[in-house]
Write a protein that binds this ligand. Structure first.
Ligand SMILES: NC(=O)c1ccc[n+]([C@@H]2O[C@H](COP(=O)([O-])OP(=O)(O)OC[C@H]3O[C@@H](n4cnc5c(N)ncnc54)[C@H](O)[C@@H]3O)[C@@H](O)[C@H]2O)c1
Length: 311
């Protein structure tokens, strides 16, 4: 970790929908002083930076810098990777994996050359494969390479449960785990609302729970089919993860990290609940899972290992 007396700084690689919305959410949150936007498209980074800068009067953030040069990452506490292509019509998931892995192969060594002490927060998709790639290309310790994983899916899931149960999402404790993608699964066996098991609430029969999870899993597709991209909620997720790390408060989030034996899994990055702090991932939590959930987690790991083999 870099010098903690310096004002907190984050660099965002990729000033597209997600990167620039994350910068805006970070400005509103107020935990970091300096935000850097790096994009291969300088005009785009410049346009976003100018627009954001005009709001500096109203927030605690003191500077927004931009450019194409990775030297701007120097001294950043956290470097957030939001660069990458979307899945285009007719393109397979594997095409996207290959395209975005190639982008990471280019940018991660450039980040690591300028800043060997930062925490890497990977957001670009497929986030679990890219988190693993970032770990390999950076050669950083595993605690400092974190994927946003299923934090967004979990937020969507908690929102839907909260809406149905007429409680605040803040009082819903439930995780989506595994891959951030099609093989993810809901950990219903540990889900609760203010310590009450889900079964104590109306509207949570097996059938209704299945529908609720399907809505969670398909949420991104629903949004993309209407407006082309998702960025507000992921922007807030990024700001929360930065706050969790910089604030050093041991907050728990289901981020994607390298599995090193917990849950019987190794050699793959996926989401399980993790305690976050100033040094990155402090520990992975091994929460109780039902037999069905254990097998879903293993299946998710196998799907991701299959992708890793192909790239
Ligand atoms: N993990 C999540 O929960 C989550 C949620 C939403 C989106 N995403 C992912 O975030 C990524 C970005 O999405 P978006 O909507 O912002 O896309 P976007 O196309 O709006 O932005 C991507 C930006 O990356 C830049 N870029 C591409 N290659 C680069 C390189 N080599 N160096 C620097 N910049 C480069 C582009 O110029 C562009 O500005 C996608 O992979 C998307 O799937 C992840």
């Amino acid at each position: 970790m870099t010098n903690v007396c310096r004002p907190p700084k984050v660099a965002i690689i990729g000033a597209g929908f997600v990167g620039s919305t994350a910068a805006y959410a970070l400005m509103l949150d107020g935990i970091v002083s300096d935000i850097v936007l790096i994009d291969a498209n300088k005009e785009k980074a410049e346009g976003e930076a100018l627009d954001l800068r005009h709001g500096l009067q109203f927030v605690e953030t003191s500077s927004i810098t931009f450019g194409t040069d990775f030297r701007l990452c120097k001294d950043a506490d956290i470097v957030i990777v939001c660069a990458g292509a979307h899945q285009k019509k007719g393109e397979t998931r594997l095409d996207l994996i290959q395209k975005n892995t190639a982008i990471l192969k280019d940018i991660i060594p450039k980040i690591a050359k300028e800043n060997r002490d930062c925490i890497l927060l990977i957001v670009s998709n497929p986030v679990d494969v890219l988190t693993y790639a970032a770990l390999k290309y950076s050669k950083f310790p595993k605690e400092r390479v974190i994927g946003s994983g299923t934090v967004l899916d979990t937020a969507r899931f908690r929102h839907l449960i909260a809406e149905k149960a007429h409680v605040s999402p803040k009082n819903v404790h439930a995780f989506i785990l595994g891959e951030h993608g099609d093989s993810e699964f809901p950990a219903w066996s540990s889900a609760n609302i203010a310590t009450q098991p889900m079964d104590n609430f109306k509207g949570f029969t097996t059938k209704e729970k299945n529908i609720l999870f399907e809505q969670t899993r398909k949420a991104a597709y629903e949004i993309i089919s209407r407006k082309g991209a998702t960025y507000y909620a992921i922007g807030l997720v990024i700001a929360q993860l930065v706050r969790a790390i910089m604030g050093d408060g041991n907050a728990v989030y289901p981020v994607s990290t390298l599995m090193d034996g917990k849950y019987g899994l190794k050699g793959v990055c996926l989401s399980v609940p993790c305690v976050l702090g100033r040094s990155g991932v402090i520990r992975q939590l091994e929460i109780p899972l039902s037999a069905k959930e254990k097998s879903a987690l293993k299946k998710s790991a196998a799907v991701l290992k299959g992708y890793l083999k192909k790239v």
